[in-house]
Design a protein around this ligand. Structure first.
Ligand code: AMP
Length: 398
């Protein structure tokens, strides 16, 4: 079955058409600047030329109409008619406590996602727009929602509660939810598979290090803790997000800089992380790696602080699980930056980790980067959230 995977943001929409039997991506692309002047669709059939078309997209319904048109285009399309698309899988950012699993989308589910809008005001409404646009254009095609938060719903209370008055949890459901769950789930399973070990027997730590970054502790196949919280701002230092800070900094900065709460939040989300730490050198790890190699002190500071935070979380989660068998690095930075993997692992001698320098030079491959006999195995595992969404969609539609 061909599955259309949709990841809908407020002004962009990423898509992939994946065959669920071969697990191959047949075509993919992105619509950008939806609702803004200069909207553009980029479409790339597998093995074919990538094409970019600037065309008006006043809303997401028009964007999805253009995606479907591209997929059935008689010259560059990959299917003859929309009947060849068996289902649509939607990435949904926040499922709150309502959705602990992927689910077939019904009107009741749409209402449930709407109820979680408060928890992800930038993301969930955009995800819903994508769902409604598909409903309009492909009314008889089944749709599945795959939630970023779902994998983390197995966390025990002591891991998801904050030290705040309990009434805020009761009234507003303020707690740790965690994100990147589809990636943490895919990567931890894949690592067990590559090692030929039973997923349910392992204690694993997954470091999803991309522009957004999070760590999770997966014990016996279930998530027991993760670094992102009520929102994706908590935890690791990220591309432009600050991660863990003293909450009193918010008030301190507001007074010192004369900023209101929205302005402070914009600083914490968009101007902090390795971008802020490197004194605006870059949020891109390729630039930071190059800066580190030439001894640029801003790049060195950013990478050292970033890696130290990752190592601290690994230590915390090894303690939470009373040990760790496998540590996985994934996402843009985790898969492609041997330097960061080395800098993190330099802190982990106490776990009996012995890096295999040559294996660690590999990028974008499923590979163990420790020598055989290392007490803890460290791996680099490319994530594939779209494939994970397609698998979930196929499973529920069948
Ligand atoms: P993601 O959010 O997972 O797409 O990761 C994006 C980040 O990964 C980028 O900002 C880069 O810093 C980093 N990245 C991607 N590819 C590479 C690469 N080949 N080498 C180093 N860093 C990379």
């Amino acid at each position: 079955m061909n599955i259309l995977v949709i990841n809908c943001g407020s002004s962009s929409l990423k898509f992939q058409l994946i065959n669920s039997e071969s697990e191959q991506c047949i075509a993919k692309g992105i619509c950008e600047r939806i609702g803004i002047d200069g909207s553009m669709i980029t479409y790339a059939p597998a093995g074919g030329e990538k094409e970019k078309t600037v065309t008006p997209m006043p809303d997401h319904t028009e964007a999805i109409r253009l995606v479907l048109e591209a997929l059935v285009n008689p010259h560059t399309g990959v299917v003859k008619s929309l009947d060849e698309i068996g289902a649509v899988g939607h990435r949904i950012v926040h499922g709150g406590e309502k959705f602990a699993q992927s689910t077939l989308i019904t009107d009741e589910v749409i209402a449930g996602i709407e109820e979680c809008n408060d928890l992800a005001p930038l993301h969930n409404p955009a995800n819903l727009i994508g769902i409604n646009a598909c409903k309009k254009l492909m009314s008889s095609t089944p749709m599945v929602g795959v939630f970023d938060t779902a994998f983390h719903q197995t966390m025990p209370e002591e891991a998801y509660m904050y030290g705040l008055p309990y009434e805020y949890y009761q009234k507003y459901r303020i707690r740790r939810y965690g994100f990147h769950g589809t990636s943490h789930s895919y990567v931890s399973r894949r690592a067990a598979e590559v090692l030929g070990k039973k997923y349910e027997d392992l204690k694993m730590i997954v470091c999803h290090l991309g522009n957004g970054a999070s760590v999770s502790a997966v014990k016996n196949g279930k998530c027991v803790d993760t670094s992102m919280g009520l929102t994706p701002l908590e935890g690791l230092i990220m591309g432009t997000r600050c991660g863990d800070i003293d909450p009193a900094i918010v008030e301190f900065l507001a007074h010192k800089e004369g900023k209101n709460i929205d302005e402070i939040m914009a600083v914490l989300n968009k101007k902090s992380g390795v971008l802020g730490l490197s004194d605006n050198l870059s949020s891109d790890f390729r630039d930071l790696e190059a800066g580190y190699e030439r001894g640029d002190e801003n790049a060195v500071r950013a990478l050292k602080t970033f890696s130290y935070r990752v190592a601290k979380y690994i230590g915390a989660y090894a303690a939470a699980m009373n040990g760790v068998d496998v540590i996985c690095f994934t996402a843009g930075v985790g898969e492609n930056t041997p330097l960061v993997r080395t800098m993190v692992c330099d802190y982990l001698g106490y776990l009996g980790i012995r890096l295999d320098e040559e294996a660690n030079r590999k990028r974008g491959e499923d590979v163990a980067i420790t020598v055989p006999g290392s007490a803890t195995t460290v791996m680099s595992i490319p994530t594939n959230e779209e494939l994970a969404i397609a698998r979930e969609t196929a499973r529920l539609v069948k």
